[in-house]
Write a protein that binds this ligand. Structure first.
Ligand code: FRU
Length: 522
């Protein structure tokens, strides 16, 4: 990092400059991973959106290509918005995206339609040039749907009758909805009478994603796979609260019905991919390694003014492999793709460290603003855990009230990353075990409260509750640090928390790692 650009990252994708948002059209094709992304070529704030395009052989190092889709047709003249890739045959990837167009010559009335693009030359493994088909737009909003809330088509899949299906995000009154469409030729699409799913009062569903996962393993499945060993995940990005919610359920491809596996879960209630900053995410099936991978947009916590000064805004989260949690069968696990291990320049392993009550221990020899830390804490004795009733819908508030500096019984204990030598700057990732009416639980928090001496950044804390089965012997954290992003995967990927931080002292080799324990009972 240069002193002018201390917040640019190394192993997280970002364009060379300007604004980025959602990941789009992810696919693996002829030896390359393709990442398209919502990109404004004209500035560091959202604006006239194109599809930026980057390719990689390992999802670590990306090569940026020319813009793949730009607003140059009447039906996408205001922007080429989010969409997905589908293989209609092994060598025929197709993109469906949202065009933002004008209803009339008055630019005040802008609406959303769906459009298709195909490769100019499918022999080109880089898929550099895309052709928008003559049939565009292939879909306009149906009767009863607000044409300003009709966007973000999913990857399509084949149902029991051999026809294609896809979902478009929308809302009906205040109910979020996944509109279902069917097609035999990928160009003519017909809306199914019933949506695939809908949840009252969840507002606009952006960027829906719908995909199968294996019931019995970590292997990924191509999007059309279904059967007795398969269960599905439906995810929507809630425009109202800017978080990605998912639910695991059974998809019946004869009737195109989707039924949540756990009736207490639903889109918009409870299950989140990530409890920090992570939005508009999308998965794809990696046919090279037989896994399903999740990308998500991680925006800035700094002001737009700061973004304009630094000339860029947003990162993509580090790609995560995802699979069904075999314990619950109604939630998923997420883990950084294994390729990250090839970036480790050195690997240190320490064990048998005793964290005394009220202590902070420097992990010596581990300096730097890029780390991949895995830590395992022996299960603390819970006899003295404090009683704390936290409304599970507001754990974020509890995390900021408790804070890292709180002195509890069983914790807070955990890591300080991007910490300056004097500890004036530190980002704390910690566990804090408490007794609740429903038994004991642990809060897992990422506390940005002291992450920077600069006060012009958002330092909100994030967190979640985590139930830990009694046969678990330890509490586990894995935290990736890359200059201005801290991504935490707790308990093997059950709970993830991504945050953005902007230290002014704890940069490069001035960034240190500590272990701490503020609890008195550990
Ligand atoms: C989500 C989103 C999408 C839309 C795109 C526009 O962040 O609002 O719904 O297609 O961004 O850039």
């Amino acid at each position: 990092r240069t002193s002018e650009q201390p917040y640019r990252t190394g192993f997280h994708f970002q364009p060379t400059k300007n604004w980025m948002n959602d990941p789009n059209g992810l696919m693996y094709y002829k030896g390359y991973y393709h990442l398209f992304y919502q990109w404004n070529p004209y500035g560091a704030v959202w604006g006239t959106i194109t599809w930026g395009h980057a390719v990689s052989t390992d999802m670590l190092q990306w090569h940026i290509l020319d813009v793949a889709l730009a607003p140059d047709q009447w039906y996408d003249i205001n922007g080429c918005w989010t969409g997905s890739a589908t293989f209609v045959a092994a060598n025929r990837p197709v993109l469906i995206y949202t065009g933002w167009t004008n209803i009339s010559s008055s630019v005040e009335h802008k609406i959303q339609v769906q459009a298709v693009a195909v490769p100019h030359d499918s022999e080109d493994p880089l898929l550099q040039k895309w052709i928008k088909v003559n049939d565009n737009p292939i879909l306009v909003a149906p009767i009863g749907i607000d044409p300003t809330e009709f966007r973000d088509p999913t990857t399509a899949w084949i149902g029991a009758d051999g026809k294609w299906r896809m979902v478009v995000g929308s809302k009906r009154k205040e109910d979020g909805v996944a509109l279902l469409y069917r097609s035999s030729d990928f160009l003519h699409w017909h809306k199914a009478e019933d949506p695939l799913h809908s949840v009252v009062d969840t507002g606009m569903w952006e960027c829906p994603d719908f995909y199968p996962v294996s019931i019995g393993g970590q292997n990924g499945l191509d999007t059309s796979v279904n059967g007795p060993d398969v269960i599905h995940v439906l995810k929507a990005s809630l425009a109202n609260d800017k978080h990605d919610y998912y639910v695991v359920g059974t998809y019946n491809s004869d009737y195109d019905t989707f039924t949540p596996a756990d009736s207490s879960h639903n889109v918009g209630i409870g299950l989140r991919y990530d409890y920090g900053k992570f939005y508009a995410s999308k998965t794809f099936y990696d046919s090279a390694k037989g896994r399903r991978i999740l990308f998500g947009w991680v925006n800035e916590s700094s002001s737009a003014k700061n973004d304009i000064v630094k000339g860029w805004s947003s990162l993509q989260g580090f790609p995560r492999k995802i699979w069904l949690n075999g314990e619950t069968k109604s939630s998923i696990l997420q883990w950084p793709i294994q390729e990250i291990e090839t970036l480790r320049r050195r690997s240190d392993s320490l064990s048998g460290i005793f964290l005394e009550a009220n202590s902070v221990t420097r992990v010596t020899g581990v300096e730097g603003a890029q780390l991949d830390v895995e830590v395992e804490f022996d299960m603390p004795s819970l006899n003295e855990a404090e009683i704390l009733e936290v409304d599970s819908s507001n754990v974020q508030l509890a995390c900021s009230q408790v804070g890292k500096s709180h002195k509890g019984a069983v914790g807070p204990f955990g890591l300080l990353v991007l910490a300056s030598e004097d500890l004036k700057e530190q980002t704390a990732v910690f566990f804090y075990a408490v007794l609740t009416g429903g038994g004991w639980k642990t809060l897992i928090c990422s506390d940005q409260g002291r992450s920077s001496l600069n006060n012009d950044v958002d330092k909100t804390s994030y967190g979640s509750y985590m139930s830990v089965p009694s046969n678990d012997k330890s509490l586990r954290l894995r935290t990736l640090v890359d200059h201005s992003i801290v991504e935490t995967f707790a308990q093997g990927g059950e709970i993830c928390i991504t945050s953005r931080v902007y230290p002014v002292k704890a940069v490069n080799n001035q960034a240190h790692l500590y272990l701490f324990n503020n609890g008195v009972q550990y």
